[in-house]
Write a protein that binds this ligand. Structure first.
Ligand SMILES: Nc1ncnc2c1ncn2[C@@H]1O[C@H](COP(=O)(O)OP(=O)(O)O)[C@@H](O)[C@H]1O
Ligand SMILES: [Mg+2]
Length: 200
């Protein structure tokens, strides 16, 4: 058996290879979070999400989703693909809300993996609630503008495509996005972000 520790702030996540199988083991620091994630993974049953393989006392074994995540994809810096990724993500969240009436509230572009057979697969289902497309889109946009390491022009291309597909744009959601981004910045003890990069 081999284990590779994955980047995780709240919990511990491992990529495990055992015999010929490969899966994710996520060890939770909160049992409520574990129960919430387990509940939603069961409802989704492999749609939009990895399949739940096994539930233990404080951990879940989850299907491994192969592919690059949205941060890695956007870091490639290709405008055309940023545009495609934006539209595709908008369609994903439209379908998700239609099916579940839920929005996922722990947003992070690492949570969206592009798999060659399944399209977008979301990971990390601890935090969700009933909500609107507008609220969800705002959260995704706020996180996106704060990524270091992705070119601003690429994030703009991605967000314009994403928001346009949802009948919004950066300016129609300006106040909402800035409010949400300020909450994230406060949490990170940062107050140096220049919003005029996106909203001038
Ligand atoms: N099923 C999966 N397939 C592939 N990678 C995954 C999977 N689940 C999680 N990951 C990777 O591991 C990271 C941490 O997992 P996540 O569920 O987000 O834990 P945490 O709640 O601690 O943030 C994710 O950001 C993602 O990069
Ligand atoms: Mg996570």
């Amino acid at each position: 058996m081999t284990e590779k520790k994955l980047y995780s702030k709240k919990n511990e996540a491992y990529l495990i290879s055992e015999n010929k199988s490969i899966f994710i083991k996520k060890i939770f620091s909160s049992l409520t979070a574990k129960d919430d994630e387990e509940k939603l993974l069961k409802i989704l049953d492999g749609e939009f999400a990895p399949k739940l393989l096994f539930s233990n006392e404080n951990s879940l074994c989850i299907e491994y989703i192969e592919g690059m995540d949205y941060v890695d994809l956007l870091m490639l810096g290709e405008a055309e693909s940023a545009n495609f990724l934006g539209k595709f993500l908008a369609e994903f969240i439209i379908k998700f809300i239609k099916k579940t009436s839920l929005i996922l509230t722990d947003e992070n572009l690492h949570h969206y993996i592009l798999n060659k057979d399944k399209g977008i697969v979301r990971v990390d289902f601890e935090e969700y609630r009933e909500g609107t497309l507008k609220e969800w889109a705002t959260k995704i946009a706020a996180f996106s503008i704060l990524y270091d390491g992705i070119k601003i022009e690429i994030i703009k291309e991605f967000l314009n495509a994403f928001l346009t597909r949802l009948n919004y744009n950066l300016f129609s959601l300006k106040n909402e996005i800035i409010n949400e981004a300020e909450i994230i910045l406060k949490r990170r003890n940062r107050n140096d972000f220049d919003f005029s990069l996106y909203f001038d």
